[in-house]
Design a protein around this ligand. Sequence first.
Ligand code: CA
Ligand code: CA
Ligand code: CA
Ligand code: CA
Ligand code: CA
Length: 377
Amino acid sequence: MRTSSRYPFIILSAILGSLTFHSCQSPQVNSDIANKPDEVGDTFFHVTAKNQTDAVAINDDAADDPCIWVNSEDSAQSLIIGTNKKFGLEVYNLTGIRVASYPLGRVNNVDIRYNFLLNQEKVALVVATNRTHNSLTALKVNSNGTLDLLSDSTLKSNVGEVYGFALGQPVNEEVLYAFIVSKTGQFEQWELYDENGVLGGKIVRSFSFDGICEGIVADDYTGMVYVNQEDTGIWKIAMDPTSNISPELIVKIEDVPNIVADLEGISIYYASETKGYLIASSQGNNSFAVFNREAPHAYLGSFVIDDKEQIDGVQETDGLDVLNHNLPGYPHGIFIAQDGYNMEKGQVVNQNFKMVDWADIANAFNPKLQVSSTFNK
Ligand code: CA
Ligand code: CA
Ligand code: CA
Ligand code: CA
Ligand code: CA
């Protein structure tokens, strides 16, 4: 259902239905070619994970989307907060050990922002789409890393089924937005605010894309939001809900042979206020596509996370996140990806999240990608 006809969307699904994704060489897991692009003329760069989290507590396709809470007092105490879409949130330390889990229902995607003024306190706010209540579930992160539930089922969405999610906090503005997409492509933008000391929210914009969307990320500096339409490409829209700029399809899957649907998670590596990268999961060929953060968002290549002795590679990633902060073991930032096929001693076990040193990714590319641990985002 379209709730607004403001945006003239091109219907691509019919066109895409007749296309075959041409000559997509599926990346091979081969540690012999680590850090070299494949020699078949495409551009898969190879890295391995530095660490991995404990497996999620429920089997089958359960782990989905991570975010990272940076402990500003002691970065070694930072946490990975991951969704288990059949249970709730699972929380891991930077060595991958599960330190807490919160039974919240069918939370799907999760994001975090800081310095949200609530009850006269600046809090780190973790928000997830929750399919149990078709709502936004919000928690605050305490200074010791524990999470307190702020809102469970009260922030009800009007979309058919909440699915993808991101927060956006435009710099120099006292506003926090939440972005929801549904399995049918309905897009719903919320403004979240303090309402007499408790978390309140209202819907400020809604419209529809022409198909299933999930991965979303907001660029707080440029005021843009990127939405992955799973079989189509990456849309860019303005974060400002009153903007009359039409959504722009900045990446079409059919234009990038190294991308094979579905496009899933997406996140931003901030190298400075304007520089950096958009990174999206190309689920159909177990790889990650990297684009320039600056328009016109040139495609820079793709990487895969290969097996290594102690830690298996990454396949069929749903959600991912990346951060440029200097964290112990990850001086130029960390990349985290859900692993759809987590292996232990040759056996498929419950899914988990893999952690990769951003410097390993940056150095694997040719030319190398930027690293920054000084820009504080
Ligand atoms: Ca999955
Ligand atoms: Ca999906
Ligand atoms: Ca997902
Ligand atoms: Ca794996
Ligand atoms: Ca493993």
